[in-house]
Structure formats: C-alpha cells, structure tokens
Design a protein. Structure first.
Length: 311
C-alpha cells in the first residue's frame, strides 16, 4: 500500500523547490491489448509521444521551474486500482473521463447514470496533490499518466458557449459582470447587474488583457499551464478529435473491464451543435485580424506541443 497521509504532514518549505521531472519516455505496456484493430491508433500514439518529447527537449532545455510540486500536480486525478493518473483538460472530454475513472475505481457501476453535478462537485475522485511527497513521487513514477487535449480555438469557443451562452449561476455574476463593466461602453443596468449576454469579442478582450478584472479559469487556461507536459512525462496523449478510439484504446492498455467503453453522450446542452471548426470560424469573424492573431499567440505553445495546425 502506498502512504496515504495528507500533505499537511510536510513542512511547507519542502513544497517549494526547483522541480525538474525528467521527460523519460517509458515504453507503453501493451500486453493487455487484444487484436489488431488498434494498430493505427497505436502508431498515431507513438508519433504524438515522440513529437511532444522532441518539442520539450528543444523548448525546455532542461530548465528548472521554480514552483510548488503541489501546484504542478493539482489538476491530476488518481485512480489507484488501475494505477492511472489523468490530467484534466476542461472542454476535452473531461466530464466523461471522470465518469470512467469513477467506474474504474468501483465508485459506480456504469458511466451512464452519473450526473454532471456528481462528476464535478461530488468529490468522489482524489487528486494527486492530496498525497504526501512520497505518495506523489511514487505515483508519478509508477502509474500510467494520460492527458486528452483539443484544438485550442475549438476548446476556447466551446468554453465560451458553455459558460456565457447558457444560464450560469457562477460565470455570469463572477466573470460576466466584470467583463461587461470593463469592456462594454454604455452597458445597460440589467447587463451590469446580471452579467448575462457577454459577447465573444468582449470575452477575448478580457482574455488578452494583462490587467484582467477577474482571474483566469481552467476552462480557457492553456494546457501547458494546467498539465505541464514538459515537466510531467505523459505516457498517453489522447485528442478530442479522435476521442472515442483513443479512449477505448487507452482503456485496453490499462486493463479496464472489457464491457467498459468510453461514453459517447454530450455532457450538457446536448441539443446544441458541437463546437466544430466551422462553428469556430463564425465566432472568429467577430474579432479583428489583430485580435485573432493575439488569441492564437496566447495559445501558441499548446498549438506547438500537440502539433495542431494554426488557424
């Protein structure tokens, strides 16, 4: 059994250190994969892994990052039974991944009857930063670490649509009010009071503002700042664009029950059209050429790391 005590037993100073987790790329254990149908998915996976490793070697140049180890692993979910670590990237299939982790962990019989609130607010899954130093390092070294990413502009537009185009008791009063107050000239009283009706252009002004009136949020934070892919060496890199096949291949790799398949359903606003490249184009039309370029620059590292084509 791995040590389980909370991180509070550590001296606070011991958490602040120059963290460098060498990007050693472990070969994936493929002994549990059955049949030939995964050959193409596996080949794509190996290309993604070596691409990211090569990128990190060039970009990282073995620099140390002065940060809390706890902060580095704060988005990583732990599933001890199948020895996996999942770094959550919102708007890239994370709700369904958390459902799958709950099933793997024996917390639910099926991914299909777990509600959205249970997934995100139920506190059923443990995060890596809740373990002590030894527990964190042991799991980072021994478990299969995986991440699922998405085209940065698609992820951004998906987050905007989800949080600002539907009623939301958190994002409208917290982000919406601040955004409308700062970026909308002659805003009416109702908009200032509710924070509803933020326009995409206003949202982008907020995103690009070095003096944002309210902080960043995980739904549009860059993946390189959520999951630190050049400091934590991920064994498996899935993409939202090939979500189902990547996810089901990964479940084979880690020895998941044969009947567990990645859920296909859309977590919320299921009647909405999915955020596709075409939908993104419509939103980008609302921006000036300079705003589009600056938004791309904001996600530049994510584009490079995961080999996405610039828009």
């Amino acid at each position: 059994q791995l040590p389980d005590q909370q991180k509070t037993s550590e001296s606070p100073l011991s958490w602040f250190r120059g963290v460098y987790l060498p990007p050693a790329l472990h070969p994936l254990n493929k002994t549990l994969v059955k049949g030939n149908k995964w050959k193409d998915v596996d080949s794509t996976q190996e290309k993604r892994r070596s691409f990211l490793q090569d990128f990190c070697k060039k970009y990282n140049s073995r620099k140390k990052l002065q940060t809390h180890l706890v902060h580095l692993v704060s988005r990583i979910y732990v599933e001890d039974r199948h020895r996996v670590l999942y770094c959550e990237v919102p708007k890239a299939g994370c709700s369904n991944w958390k459902r799958v982790l709950m099933v793997l962990n024996g917390l639910a019989a099926s991914a299909h009857n777990i509600s959205h609130d249970d997934v995100h607010y139920g506190k059923h899954l443990r995060k890596l930063d809740s373990y002590d130093l030894k527990g964190i390092y042991t799991r980072l070294n021994a478990y299969t670490k995986f991440i699922f990413v998405r085209d940065p502009m698609e992820r951004l537009v998906s987050a905007f649509r989800d949080k600002f185009e539907h009623p939301n008791s958190y994002y409208h009063p917290v982000f919406g009010k601040a955004i409308i107050k700062k970026y909308r000239h002659n805003a009416d009283e109702e908009a200032l009071k509710t924070g509803s009706g933020v326009k995409f252009k206003e949202f982008i002004q907020y995103l690009l503002d070095p003096h944002r009136p309210v902080g960043m949020d995980i739904h549009w934070e860059q993946v390189n700042k959520l999951c630190y892919p050049c400091l934590i060496s991920y064994d498996f890199i899935g993409k939202f664009e090939t979500l189902e096949e990547d996810a089901n291949y990964f479940l084979q790799l880690v020895g998941a029950p044969a009947d567990l398949k990645f859920p296909k359903f859309k977590d919320r606003h299921s009647s909405d059209e999915r955020t596709s490249a075409e939908v993104v184009r419509q939103y980008l039309k609302e921006l000036s050429k300079e705003e589009r370029q600056l938004t791309y620059d904001f996600y530049y590292l994510d584009y490079l790391m995961f080999n996405y084509t610039s828009p």
